[in-house]
Design a protein around this ligand. Structure first.
Ligand code: NAD
Length: 480
């Protein structure tokens, strides 16, 4: 069986303990590879390699760092088909999605930060004829980057690219649920000529490897994307150690549809924003609020289209919905459908495991699910489900929908559909969210700040925000 290896000091190596974990292909429900069950010893080796590489990498000219990251991006592009297939097998997502979104975006992340770092400039503050201050932004040292399973290479590279571009070395941990493309990336790093120790990838479980990274006294910054409960745990360890922390956490995003919207555009995008990647994108809109005059029209059209979505083998180009990432996650998502029924909801379509013929007969699939009849403040509408389950609710006024939209502990993203510009601006100002999409969804400009309010996170990624996170500002004051 294929063995995934750690990438430490430029070499592909097994875990010190010699122990491996099973890695599943969720579309067939079977183990297909093995992943290192690394521990604190492996993290220690990785940290030492990163620390040793830091003095040279941090003073390597930006142009040279940029050149290597560009080469890595080119290698990702050159291996698009192979990486997309691997991502699909490992995660269960349709190969067409991995090919059009995940892998191209991973290449873009490296390309974006390879160019951003050479364009980046710092501030100067002049005190008239007394003195001039200028800000130095220096790399800090070894960064810990911990990422989730839903967009494996996409989110992994979103952290690593700015950390490396700004001159830090990295100890990174991909999700143990979807480790394959991070492993394949480590091979491409070797091919791209990334110096030894600059990037180290340690595979394994969160409570072992992630915990060891978080606790390490010589890893002074942690960039984490994952669940809010894990983020809280990481913060409780890192904050008393005064580490720099970037936390990108869970969401329960509202999708607000006004009667004056462009109905067809809204409908096709809402299908995507509800069920892309089986609803396992932190930005998916899982609570759909519809202005009452078009509630019935929306419901009929939405249910009709969603009930015809093809759930099937992710390797098939015509599949719209692939497998759920793991059996335990499938069970968790289905338990929320049971909860919704207990809370008085009516399942309009879906609500159960989907059985797929052929080699996927034992796979973990769920029919896209729409539920109505729930109050905005029930558990189903307050807790993150992170699967192909949405609720629909009517509303009458802007004030009412804002109150319901803002009622959760989360504040990641939101979507608003209206042709009324003033209303759009009002909603954008009043929604408690880090991102507001008006008449679109998941339209991403990598220069913009990315992240959430309330329990959806602390700090922002994206654009120069990430370069600021991965550097320490130092003010230099010179008297004239
Ligand atoms: P998770 O929190 O279970 O795991 C995320 C990562 O943290 C994994 O690599 C895991 O191994 C690691 N981890 C687990 N325990 C740890 C510990 N004690 N110390 C250090 N690391 C530990 O999340 P998940 O199930 O992989 O991902 C789904 C969650 O991620 C959802 O809540 C989703 O909303 C969120 N997410 C957020 C964003 C965002 O940008 N805000 C993007 C994608 C996913």
């Amino acid at each position: 069986m294929k063995k995934i290896l750690n990438y430490i000091n430029g070499e592909l190596v097994g875990p010190k303990s010699g122990q491996y974990l099973d890695n599943y292909n969720p579309s067939i429900g079977k183990v297909y590879s093995l992943i290192p069950n690394s521990d604190a010893d492996d993290v220690q080796r990785a940290q030492e390699a990163a620390q040793a590489a830091f003095p040279e990498w941090s003073v390597t000219p930006k142009d040279e760092r940029s050149r290597i990251l560009m080469k890595l991006a080119d290698l990702i592009d050159a291996n698009l088909d192979m990486l997309a297939k691997a991502e699909s097998v490992d995660n269960g997502k349709p190969v067409s999605l991995a090919k059009s979104v995940d892998i191209p975006r991973a290449a873009s992340n490296f390309r974006f930060y390879a160019t951003a770092v050479v364009q980046y400039s710092t501030h100067a503050h002049e005190m008239e004829d007394t003195a001039i201050n200028y800000t130095l932004r220096q790399p800090i040292g070894v960064a810990g980057c911990i990422s989730p399973w839903n967009l494996p290479l996409y989110l992994f590279s979103w952290k690593i690219a700015p950390a490396l571009a700004s001159g830090n070395c990295v100890v990174a941990k991909p999700s143990e649920v979807t480790p394959m493309t991070a492993y394949l990336l480590s091979k491409l790093c070797i091919e791209a000529g990334l110096p030894n120790g600059v990037l180290n990838i340690v595979h394994g479980l969160g409570p072992k490897v992630g915990q060891a990274i978080t606790e390490h006294p010589d890893i002074p910054m942690i960039s984490f994307t994952g669940g809010t409960v894990t983020g809280k745990h990481i913060a409780s360890i890192a904050a008393p150690m005064f580490k720099k922390l970037s936390l990108e956490l869970g969401g329960k995003n509202p999708n607000i549809i006004f009667a004056d919207c462009d109905f067809d555009k809204m409908l096709s995008t809402t299908i995507r924003s509800s069920f892309a990647n089986q609803g396992q994108i932190c930005l998916c809109g899982s609570r759909i609020f519809i202005e009452r005059p078009i509630y019935e029209k929306f419901k009929t059209a939405f249910v009709e289209k969603v009930s015809r979505m093809k759930v099937g083998n992710p390797a098939d180009d015509t599949t719209k919905m692939g497998a759920i990432v793991s059996q335990s996650h499938m069970e968790k998502v289905l338990s929320y459908v049971d909860l919704a029924k207990d809370e008085g909801g009516t399942v309009l379509t879906g609500g159960n495991q989907a059985l797929v013929d052929g080699e996927c007969a034992e796979g973990w699939f769920i029919h896209p699910t729409i539920i109505e009849g729930l109050s905005f403040d029930c558990r189903t509408n307050q807790e993150e489900i992170f699967g192909p389950v949405v609720t629909i609710m009517p509303f009458d006024t802007e004030e009412e929908v804002l109150m319901m939209a803002n009622s959760t502990k989360y504040g990641l993203a939101s979507t608003v559909w209206t042709e009324n510009l003033k209303k759009a601006h009002r909603m954008a100002r009043n929604l408690h969210a880090g991102i507001v999409w008006i008449n679109c969804w998941l339209l991403r400009d990598l220069r913009t700040p990315f992240g959430g309010a309330k329990q959806s996170g602390v700090g922002r990624e994206g654009g120069f925000e990430a370069l600021e996170f991965f550097t320490e500002p130092k003010n230099v004051c010179i008297k004239y």
